[in-house]
Design a binder for this molecule. Structure first.
Ligand code: FEO
Length: 404
């Protein structure tokens, strides 16, 4: 556990964070090879307020940090911006350590507390534009529903212009020494921020855009999210990325994801890849769907304009690991992409038609030729795969709306 650190010049807002390096899967789904941080913030003013908590497994060290920082003072408010257990898990511990602490949240937060913890909280219920005066710090609240849960809200400190943004603007990865944007390797961190966005928030991108409209009323000098670094040097960096990701404006590049049982679809994939590079375009990311976790393929699909999927048919349907990926891409509402498809049919078919159906469902731009080989690809199939790679690459190179 890091030592708490002040995040503002007055040194009265403290980051209290916990690095979690031994949870393998976030939400039981998404790998955490570099861990994740849970960030909480304490404001020591005439009134004392804690913003969000941490996962229950870290409740004891977290509570000790809060007790140490408050130094015998009463905790007046526990502001709950988000109820997912990685942040709400230590609410009971804080309530026990500070009897009488007033919980602050919106109407949905109160319902979720009842459901999670089986008690009816005596809460200060807030909604858009409500304020809370701590003394020097004047807090206000903005509801940002479905970014990415129904009760999600943000808290803004008008005094030091800090936005406590809950998961928004956060990312995977433990904090590796530094806790501020000017103390970490942002390029290394951006990958994990995008993976977090694509995996957790992406489906709710339209709601992120609505949230941006609300945030436009705040003069934001610092963003303090519940995961990842605190953005004190240039919060505009992560805001611009979130804006682009939530508008689904991709970069020039191609994700080539394939599944193979006996090497036949793999040969087709190699031909597609060769076709791409024959055009002089080299930004291609290849994933074997049986071996790359879908979390990483989703991240790359969210980054790049081109998506080419290839797999065998299996029991008259799509090869199961590819079906898993396609299903996730549908759930996450991936949009504004160019899609190419190839695969092997065996005796029944089913793979290529399912990939194309996904493209139709998500209103993607489907580019041919779609290639379906019977059992093993013949020379004409291999040539068609090269052509598919060339056609998609040429389309991506000419992409007028890609991020530069
Ligand atoms: Fe970090 Fe939605 O919880």
């Amino acid at each position: 556990m890091h030592d708490p650190k002040p995040i503002n010049a007055a040194k009265d807002i403290f980051w209290i964070g916990v690095n979690d390096r031994d949870t393998d899967l976030f939400e039981g789904v998404w790998p955490l090879p570099r861990g994740v941080s849970y960030n909480s913030y304490l404001i020591l003013d005439e009134k004392v307020a804690l913003l969000d908590t941490v996962k229950a497994k870290s409740a004891i060290p977290f509570e000790q940090q809060v007790l140490k920082l408050t130094g015998g003072r009463h905790l007046d408010y526990l502001i709950i911006n988000h109820m997912e257990p990685d942040h709400a898990g230590s609410i009971p511990a804080i309530m026990k350590a500070f009897p009488g602490v007033k919980l602050v949240g919106n109407a949905k937060t109160a319902k979720f507390i009842e459901e999670f913890f089986s008690f009816t909280p005596d809460m200060l219920i807030v909604t858009d534009g409500d304020t809370l005066d701590l003394g020097r710090h004047k807090l206000s609240f903005a509801l940002v529903p479905m970014v990415h849960w129904p009760e999600t809200m943000v808290t803004y400190d008008a005094t030091d212009k800090v936005l406590f943004s809950m998961d928004a603007f956060g990312g995977f990865s433990a904090l590796e020494g530094g806790i501020f944007d000017d103390e970490v390797d942002l390029e290394y961190y951006e990958d994990e921020a995008l993976r977090y966005y694509a995996n957790i928030v992406g489906r709710h991108s339209q709601m992120v855009q609505r949230a941006f409209q609300k945030l436009a009323g705040f003069d934001i000098k610092c963003i303090a999210p519940t995961h990842g670094p605190v953005w004190r040097k240039d919060p505009g960096v992560i805001m611009k990325l979130y804006d682009r990701w939530s508008r689904q404006i991709p970069e020039q590049g191609i994700v080539l994801a394939y599944g193979t049982m006996y090497g036949n679809t793999e040969r087709m994939m190699e031909a597609v890849a060769r076709g791409i590079t024959e055009t002089g375009f080299s930004k291609v990311r290849i994933h074997d769907v049986s071996r790359s976790h879908a979390s990483y393929i989703l991240r790359d699909a969210w980054r790049y304009k081109g998506l080419i999927l290839g797999a065998p048919s299996y029991d008259t349907m799509l090869f199961p690991p590819m079906e898993h990926l396609v299903n996730l891409l549908e759930i996450k509402k991936l949009a504004n992409r160019v899609l190419g498809a190839f695969g092997s049919a065996g005796w029944s078919g089913g793979a290529v038609s399912r990939i194309l159906k996904f493209g139709e469902n998500n209103k993607l731009e489907i580019i041919g030729p779609s290639v379906e080989a019977k059992f093993a690809p013949k020379p004409a199939d291999i040539e068609a795969c090269r052509q598919l790679g060339r056609t998609v690459a040429e389309r991506i190179m000419a992409c007028p709306d890609c991020a530069r």
